[in-house]
Design a binder for this molecule. Structure first.
Ligand code: PLP
Length: 593
């Protein structure tokens, strides 16, 4: 400890003793200055900006010690430095973050175990050539103490207290008395860390390829599925989607200066469903490794869920079984599960009929049910809300507008915003708007009736086919979210939603009909001045427009007879000669030449 005599030691706290690898681990927390003990793992933490200096002072006893791994990290996002035989190591690093953690592993040499075998050698501070990002994560995992965070299933009963809970490793979808389940986190453990810590941690993970934190969902792992092993995670690095400043649409169509579109559809399978499916399939992957009796994962779908499920299952080598309503989903959506090798059942019924059937089937066959009644998916989906706050530098928008069908997503957004507030990352939650197609509007009718007596409807066909749902499974979750966020429900007719999508496209977007529903709701609320001209507003775009080109083609070629298609922009069929081309341009550009 002699170097400490020269330096000012602010705090030395022994936090825990764990067993790591071959040697005993002694994690110590220091502020500013510290000494790494002869063997074990030591963590030094600088809580403020400034220089951090550590000294391998106690390595003087014998040379039979090796600093095998040395890293700076924010919970997993690490820079590694490796040092070979060393009696003494000093480093001096400028800490640009609020919290910088420095950790070193020092171990007694056992000559029969090479550092290569132990997987600890690095390639000039980089990953070993033979390492995959998962190998690297595994190696880091060995250095991490076990997580102190946890989550469990509880019945969704926000107005009653209950003792009932289940492990996330159980295969269960409803409580004893048939309620939906909710994933409940140990908030006390999460609150051990303040808002600044979480912000710095999450910000440090954006845009990296570190497994699994390069994913927008798993960058929030501690708030999603804290206990899952990184090895079990099935991820396509989903999330981190574009928050698009809708400058022209806002200014020219609505007189708004602060309008944003969260493009959740710019994603692996083209919809926000990837956010939830990575969580669900990861958990199933874990359950299968635990030898739980499961032969695959199944869902009923209006298109996007089946696409996401099939892709993630294919990535993990898990059989996927999808029930789709025949002729009610887009070709692009249908081809996704087919291409990914899922068992695709095209059924002569609507979504609600498919849902009933898959429930009955999963009661008889050990197929894991992946519909949004499964609360695991909402844990992933809620990260889109956290991401919105993060993208605004942890400021909260005034309004968030979400298209709703089965109504899981509106609750997921609510959960994400509430968690940010409760854990001190933000100071409020936004007002939520749920937007429904008038042809499938049970929530809208319920809202208009003062939330009295929910009555399911028979949903009629809508261009927003993914939300053609008359009996939403997450109705209670949605009502709770809306009541607690001073929320509003709006609806859009087929003409309104197609026009809104076309108008947005004219300003450079390429929106799906569901986004058209949300944009139409925004236009109505703006017209009534419920949403003000300077209100920061986020419209959630739930799928990529390229999945819905059929309806766009029909609109622009004015094939939809029931509506005017007033923003149609059909291609001009022109003879291939200069005169005809010039005539066409003259008429289009009002040229007088
Ligand atoms: C593109 C799209 N938008 C919106 C939704 C509605 O989400 P939720 O069913 O969670 O309300 C879905 C769900 O199927 C969807 O696929």
């Amino acid at each position: 400890m002699h170097t400490l005599n020269k330096k000012r030691l602010i705090t030395v706290a022994l936090t825990c003793v764990t067993l790591i690898g071959r040697g005993r681990a002694f994690p110590f927390m220091f502020e500013k200055w510290g000494v790494i003990p002869t063997t074990g793992v030591s963590a030094l933490e600088a809580r403020s900006s400034g220089h951090l200096l550590a000294d391998m002072a106690s390595l003087t006893q014998e040379n039979a010690c090796r600093v095998s791994c040395f890293s700076e990290c924010f919970h997993g996002v690490r820079k590694e430095h490796s040092f070979s035989w060393s009696k003494r190591l000093g480093f001096n690093r400028k800490c640009n973050y609020e919290t910088l953690q420095v950790r070193a592993t020092v171990s007694k040499i056992e000559h029969n175990v090479s550092s290569q075998d132990a997987g600890l050698a690095t390639n000039g501070g980089k990953r070993k050539v033979t390492d995959s990002i998962k190998d690297e994560a595994r190696r880091h995992g060995l250095l991490e103490p076990p997580t102190t965070f946890s989550a469990k299933y509880v019945p969704f009963s926000p107005y009653e207290t209950t003792e009932e809970f289940y492990s996330l490793d159980e295969i269960i979808y409803r409580s004893k008395d048939g309620k939906l389940l909710d994933v409940q986190h140990d908030m006390k453990a999460l609150k051990e860390y303040d808002g600044k810590y979480w912000k710095a941690l999450f910000d440090s993970r954006v845009g990296k390829t570190t497994w699994p934190f390069g994913s927008g969902v798993w960058s929030k792992k501690e708030w999603v599925l804290p206990e899952i092993d990184n090895d079990d995670i099935v991820s396509a690095f989903e999330g981190n989607s574009n928050l698009f400043w809708a400058e022209r649409f806002g200014k020219e169509m609505l007189g708004m200066s602060d309008l944003w579109v969260k493009h959740c559809g710019i994603s692996h399978t083209g919809s926000f469903k990837d956010l939830g499916m990575t969580v669900l399939v990861s958990q199933v992957n874990k359950l299968m490794k635990m030898n739980k009796k499961l032969i695959g994962v199944g869902c009923a779908s209006t298109g996007d869920t089946s696409a996401a499920l099939s892709a993630y299952c294919a990535a993990a080598g898990i059989p996927a079984i999808v029930f789709l309503p025949a002729n009610k989903i887009s070709i692009a959506q249908l081809v996704q599960p087919i291409a990914n090798g899922a068992i695709v059942l095209s059924l002569d019924t609507d979504f609600d009929g498919c849902m009933r059937l898959i429930r009955e089937v999963t009661e008889q066959v050990p197929i894991y049910l992946a519909n949004s009644l499964n609360s695991l998916r909402l844990e992933g989906q809620k990260t889109a809300a956290i991401e919105i706050c993060q993208q605004f530098d942890w400021e909260v928008p005034d309004w968030v507008i979400v298209p709703g069908g089965n109504l899981g997503n509106i609750y997921a957004f609510y959960k994400g915003f509430v968690m940010c507030k409760e854990l001190g990352l933000t100071d409020r939650t936004p007002r939520l708007v749920c937007a429904q197609a008038a042809n499938a509007n049970p929530l809208y009718l319920h809202y208009k009736a003062g939330w009295n007596n929910f009555v399911p409807v028979k949903a009629s066909p809508t261009f927003a086919s993914a939300i053609q749902i008359g009996d939403p499974v997450s109705i209670d979750r949605a009502v709770y979210a809306l009541k607690n966020s001073d929320g509003i429900v709006e609806e859009a007719t087929e003409e309104e939603l197609m026009d809104a999508a076309a108008l947005a496209d004219m300003t450079g977007m390429f929106t799906c009909p569901h986004t058209g529903v949300a944009l139409s709701a925004l236009m109505k609320l703006r017209e009534k001045n419920v949403i003000g001209p300077t209100d920061r507003t986020v419209v959630v775009s739930t799928a990529h427009g390229l999945k819905f080109t059929q309806s766009k083609i029909a609109y622009h070629s004015k094939e939809i007879t029931e509506i005017q298609c007033k923003h149609a922009n059909p291609p001009l069929e022109v003879k291939a000669d200069l005169g005809s081309v010039m005539d066409a341009l003259r008429s289009k550009l009002s040229l007088t030449l």
